[in-house]
Design a protein around this ligand. Structure first.
Ligand SMILES: Nc1ncnc2c1ncn2[C@@H]1O[C@H](COP(=O)(O)OP(=O)(O)OP(=O)(O)O)[C@@H](O)[C@H]1O
Ligand SMILES: Nc1nc2c(ncn2[C@@H]2O[C@H](COP(=O)(O)O)[C@@H](O)[C@H]2O)c(=O)[nH]1
Length: 401
């Protein structure tokens, strides 16, 4: 068996391959990819709360301060960096919470290249590594007052551990019983417009005179909990989600008649007369688009609420006993200071406790063969498992080397 390569990136080397000298800090990692050295963790600003990124271009001997996109990981006591490919760096944060330990810095993915064209600068983008895959979100649309919220609430009440609601942003004023962060993120127009420009929204639309939008984070947060995400959005928003890279199930809710829609909207008593009339006017074109555009996978008539709810459950495969909780297993890696990392094609083996494989106390394998998603959301599909250092671990290393 050949010696597997070990990467000790805890301490910066005094001299990088390019000949430049760097100040060594225990919370920095340096890694070479495609003629560039990425220095991660060493923010120029000492008070920075998140990990910084600087790049040394070896061909020009120039430092680059890249545009950094995505949610940045918080600073930590130390970090490890390995490169499972030429397009991204995998970072393991020392001493982090179990669900916050593994991050990816994309340096040359299609998303990064597209953003470089938009920004006209070198771009890198963070995403958090998550175990397993997200379930297909459910997009529910329909005219105002048709009963979308009522149906979604019933579903969430009956299956609280199975579904999670994507909390939208809106510039409209809260209704009496509505709470910020639960029903909506109530937002200033200027703030929302800036966030849209910064690419934080999966979709957005002007609906009945206000701005509404689904942030990428809102959908990712639900998936992080191991739940299936439900989006209650208008038809324009549904169209945008359909055009995105996200695969979802699209359901349109229809009223039994325009008269009944008006009765429900008025009976709800949440809108002024002027707003009711505006919503009813918009309902006509929404119904036309919803029923005839082929945008939706399923159309449900909400005549009798109980019957419609049963049909919705059937569509979602919930008419049996499917509503059990989805367990998201805790990740229990907390690396001690002097670990070693063995990098194979699709697996990264991390020995905790000792750099000597045979003496190590705990051995983890990260399987990166099925990664999906990525910046500016999450990188999903990461598999993490503990292996027995005496037998299975050695077998894995054998295959790698
Ligand atoms: N099948 C039904 N029969 C009678 N009333 C209903 C039915 N479904 C919902 N309602 C009532 O209609 C009103 C509007 O429902 P709901 O607020 O769920 O609509 P919505 O589609 O979410 O509207 P919006 O898009 O404006 O948020 C509520 O008062 C609700 O109780
Ligand atoms: N495109 C989006 N539409 C959204 C979003 N959140 C809600 N909505 C839709 O707006 C109307 C009005 O909602 P209301 O709470 O003011 O009655 C309704 O049709 C919702 O489905 C969103 O994030 N994006």
């Amino acid at each position: 068996m050949g010696e597997a390569p070990a990467f000790y990136i805890e301490e910066l080397p005094e001299e990088l391959p390019s000949g430049i000298t760097l100040k060594s800090r225990s919370c920095e990692a340096a890694i070479d990819i495609g003629g560039k050295t990425y220095l991660i963790g060493g923010a120029d600003d000492e008070s920075a709360l998140s990990l910084g990124v600087r790049i040394f271009d070896k061909s020009t001997s120039q430092w680059i301060n890249p545009t950094v996109l995505g949610t940045k990981p918080k600073t930590c006591k130390g970090l490890w960096a390995v490169s499972p490919g030429q397009d991204r760096v995998l970072i393991i944060r020392k001493g982090s919470q179990p669900d916050d330990g593994i991050w990816f810095l994309e340096v040359d993915t299609p998303y990064v290249r597209e953003q470089e064209k938009l920004h006209g600068t070198k771009v890198v983008a963070w995403s958090k590594g998550m175990r397993g895959n997200a379930q297909k979100p459910i997009v529910i649309s329909g005219p105002s007052g048709v009963g979308k919220g009522t149906l979604v609430n019933k579903l969430m009440e009956e299956f609280p551990s199975f579904f999670g609601f994507s909390v939208s942003h809106t510039t409209r004023a809260p209704r009496v019983m509505e709470k910020d962060g639960i029903h909506y993120h109530f937002t200033e127009k200027s703030v929302m417009e800036r966030d849209i420009k910064d690419g934080k929204f999966l979709e957005y639309a002007s609906v009945h005179g206000n701005l509404y939008g689904t942030s990428i984070e809102a959908v990712e947060l639900v998936a992080d909990e191991g739940k299936r995400c439900i989006l209650d959005i208008d038809v324009q928003g549904a169209r945008s989600v359909r055009a995105s890279s996200i695969e979802a199930m699209f359901i349109f809710i229809c009223p039994p008649s325009m008269e009944e829609l008006e009765r429900r909207l008025r009976a709800r008593g949440t809108e002024t007369e002027e707003q009711v009339l505006k919503r009813l006017r918009n309902a006509k074109s929404e119904l036309e688009q919803g029923v005839s555009s082929g945008l939706f996978d399923h159309i449900l008539y909400n005549d009798n609420l109980g019957d419609c709810y049963q049909r919705l459950k059937k569509l979602l495969g919930l008419d049996g006993n499917a509503g059990s909780a989805v367990q998201s297993l805790p990740l229990e890696i907390n690396l001690p200071l002097k670990d070693s990392v063995y990098v194979g094609k699709n697996k990264i083996i991390i020995c905790c406790g000792s750099s000597e494989l045979k003496e190590s106390h705990s051995l983890f394998a990260l399987d990166v063969s099925s990664l999906n998603g990525g910046a500016p959301g999450r990188t999903r599909g990461l598999a993490i498992y503990q292996v027995d250092p005496c037998c299975e671990g050695l077998e894995v290393i054998n295959k790698l080397s």
